[in-house]
Design a binder for this molecule. Sequence first.
Ligand code: PMP
Length: 284
Amino acid sequence: SGWSETWTWIDGTWHEGNPPMMGPRSHAAWLGSSVFDGARFFEGVMPDLDLHCQRVNDSAVALGLKPTMQVGEMMELCSDATAKFSPDKQLYIKPMYWAEADGPGVIAADPDSTRFCMCVFDAPMSGKGAANSITLSSFRRPTMECMPVNAKAGCLYPNNARAMVEAKGKGFDNAVVCDMLGNVAELTSANIFMAKAGEVHTPVPNGTFLNGITRQRVIKLLRDAGYNVHERTLGFDEFLEADEIFSTGNYNKVVPVNRIETRDLQPGPIASKARELYWEFSHA
Ligand code: PMP
């Protein structure tokens, strides 16, 4: 099938591979009522797994679904899943909820039809030396009035995909997506930071982008290590003049940017420190 090694738990049973789970009448397949989260297993650890499991429940509630799993139950499933893989693998851990049936007027999901699966698969992380190039997107993040931006919902990602495809078409690895006012929000699936004169700056959560679990963790680790981290409104121009830029996200943790538009950047000491602190925290 082309899928890497994958295990999925649905309704009490583990399935190897990519088992079918929705039909053409499933509300989620038809009208987009699905939420997920993404956590990581690597080097024997699953950092902030409890927060990722809690967030998928919060995302479900934000979409009007009814979470059926406790955080502790999900975490146990994660341990069961990782034991099925060779311990040197780097795994992506994806709990999901979706609505099976439609509710009033078809458009709304029936919360009582909420279903859950835990899908875990082999997905190598980019290594220590990895870096990305970024470009300004012509697409924008929706506000809370336009979309449920507080949820990690599948229905938000086609917009991020447009930004990614545009960036790749211009020869870049990722896109800087702004909010409706034109201030920097995030990358297509990661949060963004910059460093200038030894201080760290990152967009302040304003309801237009995901306030990432890795973002919050890295802010705390940097502050505890004595760095000034400013969460504030940031224009793209400030990124063009940054000493360093880096991104955070569960998938690859902390990754430096090595080019913004036509300007080359050296992966710098603060990004490297943030990555080091994250690894220390993960293994503590
Ligand atoms: N923004 C978006 C749109 C994302 O998909 C992700 C990945 N979950 C992030 C930011 C980073 O969030 P986290 O650190 O919680 O993975």
